[in-house]
Design a binder for this molecule. Sequence first.
Ligand code: HEM
Length: 389
Amino acid sequence: MRRLGLRNPLDAPLPTPPDALRKGPLREGAFRSRLHEPRTAVVLGRWLAGAILVCFVTGLISHLLQQPPTWLRDHLPSRPAQGYRVTQGLHVISGIAAIPLLGAKLWTVYPKLFAWPPARTLRHGLERLGIALLVGAMLLELFTGLLNTLQWYPWPFPFRQTHFWLAWIAVGGLLVHVAAKGPEIAEHWRRSKPPLPGRRALLGSVAAAVGAVTVVTAGQTVPWLRSLDLLSPRRPDVGPQGLPVNRTAAQAGTLRTPADWRLRVDGPRPYTLTMDELLALPQTDVDLPIACVEGWSASARWGGVRIRDLLDRAGAAPGALIRVTSLEQSGPYAVMTMPHTYARDPLTLLALRVDGHVLDPDHGYPARIIAPNRPGVLQTKWVSRLEVL
Ligand code: HEM
């Protein structure tokens, strides 16, 4: 196009708006700090990108464990047993750390948002639209995530799907942004001039803010930080039988277990078992955490019957998918499907006890699922039926 003397339409200049509109922050020299400059933007951008990358990858892991596509479902690993506790703990820790980092990055670059003229060319205008999408998606993503850790949903849209798609928009926008700023990022990647006065203090304050929010919230995941856990919404050792509860038996309508409760196992050789019959089967104890999507996790010693023993008795094929149904009448997790990798794991139990005691109704009395490397919402409580699909 250039050889023919034609200009790419994206680079055609756009008309400049009248100067009379150039007021307030749009005025020349409206921002005085010398730290609104590219080297500071690159240093903070690198830190922010690190936090966002960890948050994105661990978020995808959580999404895939909860809602795997069919081709992946039978390959979900049940080990490491503590895996989900680590990845989801990191997800919430990096998401919270990204909040001060995003604030500092935006402070550094926000005078650019008032650049004049607002769009020099169509390409420049499109880049700025991309920036608007990136900033909007990042702010909303971190805001919805933070409110989710408080179990507060003041919006009409479904949290999980919105958070998932916003993550893709934000990360896509970030890739476009980094590509568009590529030459500038490369130029300022290494320090080439003596540091600007005040930059070290700014970066030090941002690092201190990130350290502070991490230390006062990470105790919900990291046991040795528990004594500093001042701001996290949950204490992993508070709740009936020393474990937190998200959905209580009262909320689920399962406070009173039917007097004729039996575990029903449907498969090639269906059968039912009373509680006494379940207790007469070989019992296993396992140490596993309840690891919640909100980032907290708590370990306990669970006792009960191995799911694979119950399935073998029903004649289930080793690769069979299992459906677990709760006594809960409604609620998004009243029915759960369990791939064979979990169902066959010797650590996966139909738990009847926790730390040597009969389960509290809030922990799923009469029986609940406990499996390794599984989000808490899939550790179905108040189990009434197992089905071989
Ligand atoms: C959540 C992630 C990010 C957000 C929301 C964000 C936001 C912004 C915004 C709003 C601007 C001003 C745009 C304009 O020029 O009109 C900007 C500029 C810039 N960003 Fe980012 N950014 C992010 C990540 C990054 C990363 C990862 C890097 C590099 C490692 C980076 C490097 C830069 C640079 C070099 C500039 C130009 C600064 C200047 O010319 O003074 N950004 N960013």
